[in-house]
Write a protein that binds this ligand. Structure first.
Ligand code: SPD
Length: 428
């Protein structure tokens, strides 16, 4: 650095970059920290956010000043600036980022900052400031602040994660990732949606299975559509009366990712009562015989991409047909506070097929889904009705014996108590 300036600042335009990289908060954080390290900077802290609807912003604070970035994936564009002082060479960071982003074109300007000829030294007591600074120790490890965001156009839920990515595969259906959130442990994300995390998965998986299994009491044959992480079949198979579970998951990469990285959730794939089929669940139900299942669980993703058909009238008519006379359908029902429309339309579909009184909704709480308020929606083909169970002693002892952490005999009923705005949404 020239001794005539306090710092050196390069302002860079990276153009025609890989748009997927420009929208990948973990990759950008890794590359920006990597650029700082390559230029032999000391990294203090990194803060990166993924923004709605797309784009990433972030800063790496270094002992020698900072690196900052803002991306526009839809233009394959990144605005980067690298501010350095001391001997650090900002152009080393520039070269690294150009290669990582696949930038086909770029421009850059370099500015000296704090030209000493223009500055007048004041009487700021530099000696005591130096002493104070010597007392301050930078942390031995730099702190990372990287955020995963599950969102629509108006609302989002963000989870801070370590920045480490354990699995990242673009399957024919979706992007399958296992990341590590700081609060909830490892998590499965499909495209940019949180599916499940180690520390709150039990809310979802206990509630999708036990209320209906305690209603049926002697269910033997269960079909699960989706549920590739394995949490739903793990809970269903806790019931000793179950003789057979068929699980049909469209995406083999989800099963692979969860077996490798979420073994606590993918814990029952070796149970001999389970038949695991990697195929299209919608086609499977269409071709299934009439009246063979006691319980049909739809553990699907949100109604975009491969899960869209899991919200169609046609699909639920086939589900109805394959249920035994007293059979129960339970479907992942979305949120009355996040995607009201999908929530209400699914209930109208179920009311239309099973009857107005036979499509109850159960609410439960999931801290890692946007708004936290989520639902399972039921279709009751016959008289078996979870709102009318009487075997609460059996629930109590099962909960104690299996060590369940969300479901219990009180939650069994309270899940069906709906706030007025939810009743209005589904006209019940
Ligand atoms: N937005 C999340 C919707 C829930 C999708 N299913 C989660 C899978 C857990 N087995």
């Amino acid at each position: 650095m020239s001794s005539t300036a306090l710092g050196n600042h390069i302002l860079v335009e990276f153009m025609n970059c890989d748009p997927h990289v420009m929208n990948d908060v973990a990759a950008i954080e890794r590359d920006m920290v990597g650029a700082a390290r390559k230029a032999e900077a000391t990294v203090i802290n990194s803060t990166f956010h993924h923004f709605s609807p797309y784009g990433v912003s972030g800063v790496v604070v270094i002992q020698e000043s900072h690196l900052a970035i803002h991306t526009w994936p839809e233009y394959g564009y990144a605005a980067v600036d690298v501010f350095t002082c001391g001997d650090m060479n900002a152009w080393i960071a520039f070269d690294h980022l150009k290669a990582c982003f696949g930038a086909k074109s770029y421009s850059a300007i370099e500015m000296k900052r704090g030209s000493v000829n223009l500055l007048t030294r004041n009487d700021f007591d530099i000696t005591s400031a130096r002493e104070k600074a010597a007392e301050w120790r930078n942390p031995d490890f730099y702190t990372r602040n990287v955020w995963f965001t599950d969102k629509d156009e108006d609302q989002a839920l963000s989870l801070r994660f370590t920045g480490d990515v354990f699995f990242d595969v673009q399957s024919p259906f979706q992007r399958v990732r296992i990341l590590e959130s700081t609060k909830y442990g490892k998590m499965l994300a499909l495209d940019d949606m949180v599916m499940t995390t180690i520390k709150d998965e039990f809310h979802y998986h206990e509630m999708i299975s036990h209320p209906s299994l305690f209603t049926l009491q002697n269910a033997k044959n269960v079909l699960v559509i989706g549920g590739g992480d394995g949490g739903t079949v793990r809970e269903v198979l806790r019931h000793s009366n179950i003789e057979k579970v068929t699980m049909v998951e469209i995406d083999g990469e989800v099963i692979k990712a969860c077996k490798e990285h979420l073994p606590e959730i993918a814990a029952a794939f070796d149970d001999p009562r389970l038949e695991l089929i990697v195929d299209d669940g919608i086609a499977y139900v269409k071709n299934a015989p009439d009246a063979i299942y006691d319980l049909l669980i739809v553990d699907g993703s949100d109604p975009v991409g491969p899960a869209e058909g899991l919200f169609s009238v046609d699909f639920y008519q086939n589900c109805y047909r394959t249920l035994k006379a007293d059979g129960i359908l339970v479907a992942q029902g979305e949120s009355p506070k996040f995607n009201e429309r999908a929530f209400a339309e699914l209930n109208q579909t179920l009311q239309g097929i099973f009857g107005k009184e036979n499509a109850p909704v159960g609410l439960f709480f999931v801290p890692t889904y946007p708004t936290g308020m989520w639902s399972f929606q039921y279709g009751l083909k016959g008289a078996a009705d979870p709102r009318k169970v009487t075997n609460t002693d059996a629930i109590k002892s099962f909960v104690a014996e299996k060590g369940l952490r969300y479901y219990n005999e009180d939650i069994h009923f309270s899940t069906f108590a709906l706030p007025n705005f939810v009743k209005q949404l589904i006209q019940q």
